[in-house]
Ligand binder design. Structure first.
Ligand SMILES: [Zn+2]
Ligand SMILES: [Zn+2]
Length: 474
């Protein structure tokens, strides 16, 4: 579509009456990688020529309780397009630039977010901002609908947002989430702060990693997929660490053989209790205020996808390569850090022949599992030798496992989560991959490979919901 046609559509959309501003209740989170966010800040926080602005082009996820925008591209408004006011404040830029941005959004099935800064903490939109926003996003939102579009004003560690859908200005910023080797969560400056945590349960951990950690952990959502082996250790440790919301995904019921490795399972659970119920019991036993979302289904069922899209971090403890591939793809689409835990034990019947495990922190912008060891050939071989559902066969023998070795890997995975959420290491953790050799007890940090240019999962970074999930006006 040519920009000129787009601009005609914009003008037509503007001629329609703006819907009455209802109470802005539904929240919009915006996720962005640190690398892209640094480019944005470098531009909009440079006031040498006056105020600056630009557009983030974002993918979108429609969660049941909020929208998530996923920043993909940054387009600063070029100096040549700007008309500055007397004191350097931005008053306007050319209509053709808006048209270019909108065309790029339609091309990528994305939506635009205008970003600027006043250089102050606790930011509030000015009268000029409001006056500019109403005709611009009132019109654009009729074209990007059902995707929200709008304006984001950066503060310093906080931000404020105003979002529009189909001519109605009814959404506000929830959190701005910046994803690097740690996750920075910028709260909305117009939000009512929650009550601080009281009690002494995390005192010893707070002594180690600082007083700000409790609040960060309390507002974090961490998912664990596969809670039979390593995942059950992770659930217990995450509960003790003070994570606010845990999502547990597993479709199995406890059987007798699980008592050898499922932390928290008891004899009374055999053949009667779902593993997610064990997880809830363990977590609630540590902290009854913790929210536990149970998904007694196998990923990628619709309910599990729905729940995982809202996680800040996903810990994957699944055995199968196809499950790992699906989780890896989801974490790329929605810009979610993934901690993958895997262990492979071989025995000669009497003794361990080998026990190789790894913990991989796969972050948006870095190499993913598909860039590396999840190859088409291995996925095809798994499909041939052990098709999906194979493990439900009564004759299927599960993989060899040792509870204490699972525990080593799960502990390191929980250190990864703790560092991602609180930034306790200040970027000094030194690796994103740890190799474990269970026979010798050797745990070693290793180099992450570089990204594979043709990686099919990385190609979907920030894409959010597939287009078939939504209908757009045209
Ligand atoms: Zn402003
Ligand atoms: Zn990749």
């Amino acid at each position: 579509m040519r920009p000129r046609n787009l601009w005609r559509r914009l003008r037509r959309a503007r001629a329609q009456p703006i819907r009455r501003e209802s109470e802005r209740t539904r929240e919009v989170d915006l996720r962005i990688t640190r690398t892209l966010f640094e480019q944005v800040r470098l531009h909009v926080e440079d006031f040498s020529r006056g105020e600056e602005a630009g557009f983030l082009i974002c993918g979108h996820g429609a969660l049941h309780d909020r929208d998530v925008l996923l920043a993909r591209e940054w387009h600063p408004v070029p100096a040549s397009e700007l008309n500055r006011g007397a004191e350097g404040s931005v008053l306007a830029w050319s209509a053709s630039f808006n048209s270019e941005i909108l065309e790029r959004c339609l091309e990528l099935d994305c939506t635009p977010v205008l970003v600027h800064s006043h250089g102050t903490a606790n930011p509030r939109f000015s009268g000029d901002d409001r006056a500019r926003e109403r005709p611009l996003f009132g019109a654009i939102s009729r074209i990007t609908e059902p995707l929200p579009t709008g304006s984001l004003l950066l503060g310093s560690g906080d931000a404020i947002g105003s979002f529009w859908v189909d001519g109605a200005n009814d959404r506000r910023l929830g959190r701005l989430i910046v994803i690097g080797q740690s996750i920075e969560s910028w709260p909305a400056s117009d939000a009512t702060p929650g009550a601080p945590r009281t009690g002494t349960r995390l005192n010893r951990q707070t002594l180690a990693i600082g007083p700000a950690s409790e609040e960060k952990l309390a507002t974090a959502t961490v998912a664990v997929v596969g809670i039979s082996g390593g995942g059950s250790h992770a659930i217990g440790q995450l509960a003790h660490q003070g994570i606010g919301t845990l999502i547990a995904v597993d479709d199995d019921t406890v059987d007798e053989s699980n008592l050898g490795r499922l932390i928290g399972a008891t004899e009374a659970d055999i053949d009667t209790t779902l593993k997610v119920d064990v997880a809830e019991r363990v977590a609630a036993g540590v902290d009854s205020s913790m929210r536990v979302v149970k998904i007694p289904e196998r990923f990628p069922s619709p309910a599990s996808i729905e729940a995982l899209r809202g996680a800040d971090v996903i810990v994957s403890c699944v055995d199968r390569l196809d499950s790992r591939e699906a989780i890896n793809e989801l974490t790329r689409r929605y810009l979610i850090p993934l901690i993958d835990v895997g262990m492979s034990i071989r025995s000669n019947g009497e003794r361990l022949a080998s026990a190789d495990g790894q913990v991989i922190a796969s972050l948006p912008g870095w190499a993913c599992l598909r860039c590396w060891f999840l190859t088409d050939a291995d996925l095809a071989a798994e499909q041939r030798d052990a098709p999906a559902g194979y493990d439900r066969n009564a004759d299927a023998t599960g993989a060899a496992q040792v509870v204490s070795m699972n525990g080593v890997l799960a502990s390191e995975a929980c250190n990864c989560v703790l560092d991602l959420v609180t930034g306790y290491s200040a970027g000094r953790r030194g690796a994103l991959v740890w190799q474990y050799e269970g026979r010798s007890g050797h745990l070693e940090p290793c180099e992450l490979p570089t990204r594979r240019p043709a990686c099919p999962a990385c190609a979907q970074e920030g894409h959010g919901d597939p287009p078939s999930n939504r209908e757009r006006k045209d």
